[in-house]
Design a protein around this ligand. Sequence first.
Ligand code: IPE
Ligand code: IPE
Ligand code: MG
Length: 248
Amino acid sequence: MRIYERYTDAELAEMGLSGDRPKHVGIIMDGNGRWAKQRLMPRSFGHRAGMEALHEIVREAHCLGIKTLTVYAFSTENWRRPIAEVNALFGLLTEYFEKEIDELDANGVRIVALGDLEPFPQKVKACMVDAIERTKNNEGLNFCIAINYGSRAEIVSAIKRIVDSGIPSAQIGEELVSDSLYTSGQPELDLIIRTAGEQRLSNFLLWQAAYAEFVFTPVCWPDFDTAEFRRCIAEFMKRTRRFGKVVE
Ligand code: IPE
Ligand code: IPE
Ligand code: MG
């Protein structure tokens, strides 16, 4: 089992990553199917390779000192895919947790699910719930997995929770809405990376992305490695974030 070490300041300087790195990075892991197709293989082959890429990126996020990594693993719209692909994805997800949980836990990673786990098969759900339960007091990287996640569904569920709590409308503000979303308690989203060239959000973190920077890379998710991840972070660090203000 690997124990992850944080990079030293000297190592970060060598990588060109000294300075304010993002606290919260979201990744739309896209292109598994195309990656497989290029190799004349079934889509599930791409999903398996994608799972291996995820292993490396979670470790790298920890080493770079990122506080929260949110990955988009399965959208509310992905139920529209053929049932065999959906089942293959669930199988891989279960396998991922069974294989990775000891290492993640030993490295202080806290696993959080963003999305409604209810519709999943019992085995997938149990495995996710166990991972969340087991790591809930860890204080290292927050590893948020958006699974059966859709940002619109998330906002609707937040509205329902607020209405059901009986809070008068005069007391509803942005902070309360933020605190009612699945990402409650996580730092502000700084950066969204989408792989495989598509330039859209596909219902990912709509509210949270208000002031996030976007980096799009043509690399398909299974080929997304630590070097490409660092390149995306370096690109983020070059941006000037104004938040509406005038920056001299
Ligand atoms: C991302 O890869 C994985 C999921 C959406 C679950 P895709 O399966 O969307 O791959 P492409 O976009 O078809 O290449
Ligand atoms: C977004 O990718 C969802 C995930 C990465 C889990 P999709 O491949 O489903 O998005 P669209 O359909 O191209 O917008
Ligand atoms: Mg896709």
